[in-house]
Write a protein of this length. Sequence first.
Lengths: 115, 114
Amino acid sequence: AQSVTQLDSQVPVFEEAPVELRCNYSSSVSVYLFWYVQYPNQGLQLLLKYLSGSTLVKGINGFEAEFNKSQTSFHLRKPSVHISDTAEYFCAVSMNSGGYQKVTFGTGTKLQVIP
Amino acid sequence: ETGVTQSPTHLIKTRGQQVTLRCSSQSGHNTVSWYQQALGQGPQFIFQYYREEENGRGNFPPRFSGLQFPNYSSELNVNALELDDSALYLCASSFPGNSYNEQFFGPGTRLTVL
C-alpha cells in the first residue's frame, strides 16, 4: 500500500528566509508525486508535480521540489518566503491501484511566515 | 474555462440524517473523485467515478455513496450521519488521458453534524 509522510506538522519561518517542507513516501511501484497548497477555507491548488525526467521540478510562486528515488523523498523548497506563502501544504502520491490511479495525501504541513 | 464548483458551501445536519453534496467538474473533465478532509488532516480518498461508474474506493463504509451523471457532474450521498462525518468534503476532477490523475479541486463543502 502507498503512504505519504510529512514529517513536520508546522513550520514557522521568518519572511525572506528559505524553507524546506519534507515529504517521504512508500510504494513498491513507480509513482507520480505532487505538492498542493491550501489557503484557509479553500480547496487545494497544485504547486508542482513530478511525472518523469529531471528530478528537480519547478512550480508556481517560486517553489521547487526534488525527487530522490533512493530516499523515497520529494521535499519542497523555496529560497525566500513571503507572508502570502502562509498556508497548509500537502504532498501527494499517485499510483495505479487495481485499475485506477489512486491519489494518497499526507497529513499536511502548516507553513507560518513570520514578519 | 469553468473550474470545479461545489454546492452547498456550508451545511449543518443532525446525527442520523442524510445529506447530498454536489459537484460540477471542470469543463472537459470526465473523472471525479471525492475526498473527506477532517480538521487538521489531509484529504482522505472516498471514491472515484469514471464514465458514470465507480472505479475506485477508499476505506469508507457503504453509507457513503455516489453518482456521476452524463455531463460528468457528481453527487456524494451520506446516510445515517455520524458526528465524525463532520468535515470538509472536496470534489476533484481530472481530464481524459491524464494517466497520472492530477486532481483539480473545488472549494469544498463544510459539513457539520450535530
